[in-house]
Each structure stands twice: as structure tokens, then as C-alpha cells.
Design a protein around this ligand. Structure first.
Ligand SMILES: [Zn+2]
Ligand SMILES: [Zn+2]
Length: 183
């Protein structure tokens, strides 16, 4: 999987918002501050501000690493309240010149930027799934897009959540994952 840190995600988000500004020809917006992007990412992860996001870990570098970001994203990926939380932060940041942008555009950009890249095709698909076994065994979680998840390489466990898929080789003949097969 291509590795992206929080820093890279923030840069990606900045480019995405700049693209929105250009597409909609919003001439009053001259620049997108990287701090603004960190604030939006912090909001998506449930922090009250980006400062809180960075001091919540002993080492800033750790938070900026892929593992920390994916752990955080895993916790919020399927949480519908994230949308409201990002929207609230956009309102709080209304002193910026970006408050002329539609909040739904920004929320979509944040969700798109935070979605991990697919292990197979590198697509950032918000509707994708985590590969279950990797989460359970504490290895860096891997993520696949919805299209790749439907390939013969992967399968669901009938007793796990539908948000998780497994390598097809780990699903037994009665449709259970390794941790469910002997219970
Ligand atoms: Zn894919
Ligand atoms: Zn299972």
C-alpha cells in the first residue's frame, strides 16, 4: 500500500480545496492555509483543535506516521457523526476567507483525502473495507476499495461485521473467519 502520513493528507486536502476554489471560480479566496486543513483533519478525528491532536501523542512524529493515522481513521470511518463534527468545525473557523465555500464540498474533500488508498488499485474509495485479519493481529491495517473487495481474492465472514473482509483463503467452508471457525 502506498503510505500517506497526516502531513501528506493535509497537503492533499489543501490541493483539493484549491481545486474546488478554481472549479467554482471563487475569486475572493486567494489561498488555502495548511493550518485550516489540519483543523479539518483534527475535527474528523474528533479532536477539538489541531493542537489537541498533536499533543495527544507523546511524539508528534508518531501521530504523523501512517499507523497512527489509520488507527484514527479506522475508528471514525463508519461513524456518521463525523459529518456533523466537521461541519461544526467549519462554522467555528468562519473567520477564514474559506467560509464562502459550501460546507458539503469541504466535508467531501476531507472524507476523500482521509480515505486510505486501496491495497490493490490505490483508489481512495470511501465505501471500501478494512481487511479483518490484519486488524485483529495488530499489524498495520490494510484497506481495499469496494470494487477490489468484490474480487475472488476476498470474502466476508458471516459472523463478523460487514465492514470487514478477509483474504478468501482465511474463510472456511461454512463461511467463517479464523477467529470464528473454532467457536
Ligand atoms: Zn481497489
Ligand atoms: Zn468472523
Amino acid at each position: 500500500m502506498d503510505m500517506e502520513t497526516i502531513q501528506e493528507k493535509a497537503n492533499k486536502l489543501r490541493k483539493e480545496i484549491e481545486l474546488i476554489v478554481n472549479i467554482h471560480n471563487i475569486t475572493c479566496v486567494q489561498s488555502v492555509e495548511i493550518e485550516y486543513c489540519y483543523e479539518l483533519i483534527a475535527a474528523a478525528f474528533g479532536f477539538n483543535c489541531s493542537h489537541e491532536m498533536f499533543i495527544s501523542r507523546a511524539h508528534k512524529e508518531e501521530l504523523l506516521s501512517l499507523e497512527s493515522y489509520l488507527d484514527k481513521w479506522k475508528a471514525i470511518a463508519y461513524d456518521s457523526s463525523v459529518h456533523d463534527f466537521i461541519e461544526k468545525r467549519i462554522m467555528e473557523l468562519n473567520g477564514t476567507n474559506l467560509d464562502v465555500l459550501d460546507s458539503d464540498w469541504i466535508i467531501s474533500a476531507v472524507q476523500w483525502c482521509l480515505t486510505p488508498l486501496c491495497k490493490g488499485c490505490q483508489a481512495p474509495d470511501y465505501m471500501g473495507c478494512f481487511i479483518g485479519g490484519n486488524i485483529n493481529w495488530g499489524i498495520t491495517p490494510e484497506y481495499v476499495c469496494s470494487s477490489c473487495s468484490r474480487s475472488a481474492d476476498y470474502d466476508y465472514c458471516r459472523r463478523c461485521t460487514e465492514d470487514l473482509i478477509y483474504p478468501a483463503s482465511e474463510i472456511n467452508s461454512t463461511g467463517e473467519c479464523l477467529s470464528h471457525s473454532d467457536k
